[in-house]
Design a protein around this ligand. Structure first.
Ligand code: AMO
Length: 415
């Protein structure tokens, strides 16, 4: 048989040499007992470097080694390409490197079994999400990422020079997915890029991130959207847990499949819990990172990982349907981290114009968006779920940068 991959480790014990070969399937132990392999192959091993790319013709045998079920006796080793030495980062390293060193040499970092497994699971997460949404009559769409108007408030935009006009990178597909409700598509989703010029550099923020955005029409209220969301998450986690055992094992995480329906608490209740636990947050304020963490602890004590917070104050964001001093928006948090926000939207044109004004924004800048509310807009709602946030929580990784191939943060725009 033929094995192709990278030299992960070389061990020379004199009378016997071992090569550990690595490829995306895993690690392979190649054994070279001096007496059983041709002399030139035995000698060739001393010329090999870690991370050389090789093709090995070999015979598969059962192994007695504790880490390997099989071992391979080579009859030919061909070097397809050499690796320079020393390596800036060793994919076989036993000691973990600093995050910056890892990201500076991300292609080598990605060769690590654990890191590859994160991205294999990310790919499967998206497959199961698409599977669920397509089976539930959602249509996948793609909306512009170069936009002329802010969708989530004006502060976090990256400006772009678009010929003679000023444009921005999209913060979310919010306004477009709502337009698709007026277009009569009824149920849409987008797997999209978010670009946010947020200044802070934290373990849970990226300046370029991805999300699953969804919008659905003819809803009764935000609970219809929340039900779709909890079923989607349940489907994703159940399938990852059943079908990605090898990768979960590499990462060293066991997954709990959350029961549906997820716990719901009101914003008022969240404030009560937080004040009881020493937070100084006052009614009307946004939940900060520390508040989310405290709430996560409270839930953990009650064995709850995923929970909705609903009935936020009406000032959450302009497009969410107000309901007295509250609104029909919600967040879904997992272990103290917000992974989704969404809600029922305003579908009445005049109410929307008033809300845009109340938020200090200029309705004239939203004319393309507002127009669609004048010609038959059904009641609708949806959500945006950060893919990296979800993956980070599912795999219990402590830095969001682990969940995106080439992170963009306050200090990093390369590689
Ligand atoms: P929001 O701004 O809460 O809502 O974003 C939705 C979700 O996207 C993820 N997210 C981020 N992830 C990493 N880094 C960031 N800087 C970042 N910003 C957001 C989070 C968050 O919950 N239009 C609404 C959604 C809707 O109502 O449909 C929106 O964008 O997981």
């Amino acid at each position: 048989m033929i094995l192709k991959g990278w030299i992960h480790e070389i061990r020379d014990l004199g009378g016997i040499k071992f090569l550990i070969l690595r490829n995306r399937e895993g690690l392979y132990q190649i054994v070279l007992p001096k007496k059983k392999v041709p002399g030139e192959i035995f000698e060739k091993v001393s010329e090999l470097n870690k991370e050389d790319v090789v093709l090995i013709e070999c015979e598969k045998k059962e192994s007695k080694a504790k880490d390997f079920e099989f071992e391979y006796l080579p009859s030919e080793i061909t070097v397809l390409n050499r690796s320079e030495t020393p390596l800036p980062l060793d994919p076989a390293e036993k000691v973990s490197a600093e995050m910056d060193t890892r990201l500076d040499n991300r292609f080598l970092d990605l060769r690590k079994r654990k890191i590859y497994s994160i991205f294999k699971i990310r790919s499967d997460l998206l497959r199961y999400a698409r599977e669920f949404l397509l089976n539930n009559d959602f249509i996948e769409i793609h909306t512009p990422k170069i936009i002329s108007t802010a969708s989530e408030g004006g502060t976090d935009l990256f400006p772009v020079q678009y010929f003679e006009k000023k444009a921005y990178l999209s913060q979310s597909p919010q306004l477009y997915k709502e337009m698709m409700m007026a277009a009569g598509f009824d149920r849409v989703f987008e797997i999209a890029w978010y670009f946010r010029a947020e200044e802070h550099n934290t373990r849970r923020h990226l300046n370029e991130s991805t999300a699953i955005d969804l919008e659905m029409a003819f809803i009764k209220d935000e609970e219809d959207v929340m039900e779709t969301l909890e079923n989607l998450i349940h489907h994703i986690i159940k399938n990852i847990s059943e079908n990605c055992k090898k990768e979960l094992n590499e990462i060293g995480v066991e997954m709990d499949i959350p029961e549906t329906p997820f716990k719901r608490i009101t914003y008022d209740k969240a404030i009560e819990i937080l004040n009881d636990r020493g937070s100084t947050i006052e009614w009307g304020e946004d939940l900060g990172t520390e508040d989310e963490r405290i709430l996560g602890e409270y839930m953990k004590e009650n064995d709850i990982a995923y929970y909705f917070i609903k009935r936020f104050p009406a000032k959450k964001i302009f497009y969410i349907m107000p309901d007295g001093k509250y609104c029909r928006g919600f967040d879904l948090d997992c272990n103290g981290v917000e992974i989704t926000s969404g809600g029922q939207r305003i579908h009445d044109h005049d109410l929307l114009v008033n809300r845009i004004r109340e938020f200090g924004l200029n309705p004239a800048n939203f004319e393309d968006y507002l127009k669609v509310f004048r010609y038959g807009m059904p009641p609708h709602g949806g959500f945006g779920m950060g893919i990296e946030r979800l993956l980070m929580e599912i795999l219990r990784l402590n830095n969001i940068r682990e969940c995106i191939l080439f992170p963009r943060d306050r200090n990093r725009i390369k590689p």
